[in-house]
Design a protein around this ligand. Structure first.
Ligand SMILES: [Zn+2]
Ligand SMILES: [Zn+2]
Length: 182
């Protein structure tokens, strides 16, 4: 049985309850494909400092892909960090995935309601984290962006897109996933 490993990468704080919510949802869905989910011990941000841009006060997303992919052999590795991520040409990214390395990372930084001046809401944070995790894992297993705004593989330009989409793959994306994971 293959494993999806969840690796918390802490700058300041990654909530355990968020990791557990992601692990539960992802585990439930991917158990249908013979994959299980395990949360590894947290690691701190130091190994990723190479990717830190002081002017932007953000980390280059791909640094995490390279750093996390070497950790452990697995069906997929998903990093969950509180650091704010970017890629060249983008102001920020919610997450990033690399199918070749079977590795993805998501950032909680812009999923927190507080980032938008709203009151903290742990359930909303969990909901958003689950969607971003399902999205990036979809990429890891070979899915591309989906035109259906309700499908979890729809591209999120802003948090509004994330809130609008569901937690699940649409019928067409699910079918593709079944073909690729068979
Ligand atoms: Zn995407
Ligand atoms: Zn879809």
């Amino acid at each position: 049985m293959g494993e999806i490993l969840i690796v918390p990468v802490e700058m300041q704080f990654v909530e355990r309850s968020v990791l557990r919510a992601v692990a539960a949802y992802v585990g439930d869905f991917y158990s249908g494909f013979g994959l299980s989910v395990r949360i590894l011990h947290k690691i701190d941000i130091r190994p990723f400092m190479d990717g830190y841009n002081e002017t932007r006060r953000q980390f280059l997303g791909r640094t995490f892909i390279l750093g996390l992919s070497g950790l452990r052999r697995a069906a997929a590795v998903l990093g969950i960090t509180d650091a704010d991520l970017y890629e060249e040409g983008m102001n920020f990214i919610f997450g990033l995935a690399h199918p070749y390395f079977r590795t993805a990372v998501i950032s909680l930084h812009r999923l927190r309601p507080e980032f938008y001046g709203e009151p903290g809401d742990r359930n909303l944070l969990k909901e958003r984290a689950v969607k971003e995790a399902m999205h990036e894992l979809g990429h890891v297993f070979g899915l591309t962006h989906c035109p259906d705004p309700k499908c979890v593989m729809h591209f999120s330009n802003s948090i509004l897109d994330t809130d609008l989409k569901g937690r699940d793959y649409c019928t067409s994306c699910r079918k593709k996933l079944e073909e690729m994971l068979r």
